[in-house]
Design a protein around this ligand. Sequence first.
Ligand code: CUA
Length: 367
Amino acid sequence: MNSFLIQIPFFPEQASNFAVEMDLFYLFLFALTGFFTVLIGVAAVYFLIKYRRRSQGEVPQQIEGHLTLEITWTVVPFVISMFIFAWGAKLYYQMYTDPTDALEIFVTGKQWMWRAQHPDGQREINELHVPLGRRVKLTMTSEDVIHSYYVPAFRTKTDVVPGRYTTTWFTPTKVGTYHLFCAEYCGTQHSGMIGSVVVLDYPDYQAWLRGVPRDKSPAEAGQQFFTSLACNNCHLEGNTGRGPSLQNLFGTEVRLADGSTVKADETYLRQSILNPGAKIVGGYANDMPTFQGLVTEEQVAMIIQYIKSIGPRPAGATTAPKPAAATPSPVAPVAPVAPAAPAAKPAAKPASASPATQQGEQPKQNR
Ligand code: CUA
C-alpha cells in the first residue's frame, strides 16, 4: 500500500497500519455522499423545471408506479449499505482484536496527564516512545474520570475508563513525532491533556530504552508489592495456602465456587484484587480483604504483570524487545528495598501488617 498516493490534504499524517485503509474508507463515504447529494440535487432542479405547471388549468398525468424502478432503488442502496457495513466491520474487528505478539505498554490516564509503563521498567509522562514496525498494544485505565487516548496520525481513539481496562493496538509505520490528545472532556484542563507519540526506528529505539532511567520492570515492582502487601502469605505455590496459587494462572480458565468459569485475564485479576468477593475460586473461602484504596491503578497493573510473569508463557508471546536487559541497567534490577519507585509509597504501610492483622481490619472478602 502506498500511503503517499492517497494522502488527503489537511489530514494528519498516516503513521500506522490502520491509517491508509481508514482514510480510504472515509474517502469512499465522502465520495459516495457527495455523489448522491449532487445526483439528487440536480435531479430535483431538473424535474422542477421539466414538470412545472405550464397553464392554469393543467392537470398532471397520473403515474401508477414502476416495478423495475422500485426494485432498483431498493436493491442498489441495500448493496451499497451492506458494503459499507462489511468494510466498517472488518476494520472494527481488526482494530479491536488484540494481537498476541505485541509489545505491551500500560497506560494510565489521570487529570490531566498520561502515564506509560514499559515492560522493561521505563516510564514516561505525556509521551510514548514506540518502535517502528512493531505491534504495540496499550492496556489502559483511568485513575479518575473517563479520558480518551487519541492519536490522529494512527487513526486510533479509545476511551480510557475508570474501573476497567480498555485496550488498543497499532503498528507504527513511519518515524516521527505525532500528537497525542485526550478526546473526552475530563475537566478544566482537558485541553492541556496532550502529549506526543514518538516513533523511532530500531537503533534509535534501543538507544532510547538505554537512555531512560530504568525503574524496576512492572513485573519486578509487582513482585515487590506482592510481598509487601503480604499477598504471598496466602497465595502459596501449589495451592497450599489460604488462597489459590497464582503460579501458571494467567490466561487459564478458573473454576469458581458457583460452578462457572472465568478466564484469568487482566480484568479478572484486577477485580480480584480490588473486589475479591466478586468471583470466589472454587474450594476457597471469601476471606481476602479488598485492596481498594491501598493500591493505585499503576500498582495493580504491576501486580498483574508479576502474575503474568509467573504464568504460562503463551507460544510466541513476548513482552518487549529484550535489548534493555542486554545492557546492564545502572540500577540493580532486583534491589530488594529500593526506595526507587514513587509508587512504592503506599506499600510501606501494609508491609508491616501480617495477613492476620489485615484480615482483622477488613474481615470481609476473599476469592
Ligand atoms: Cu482527559 Cu480530557
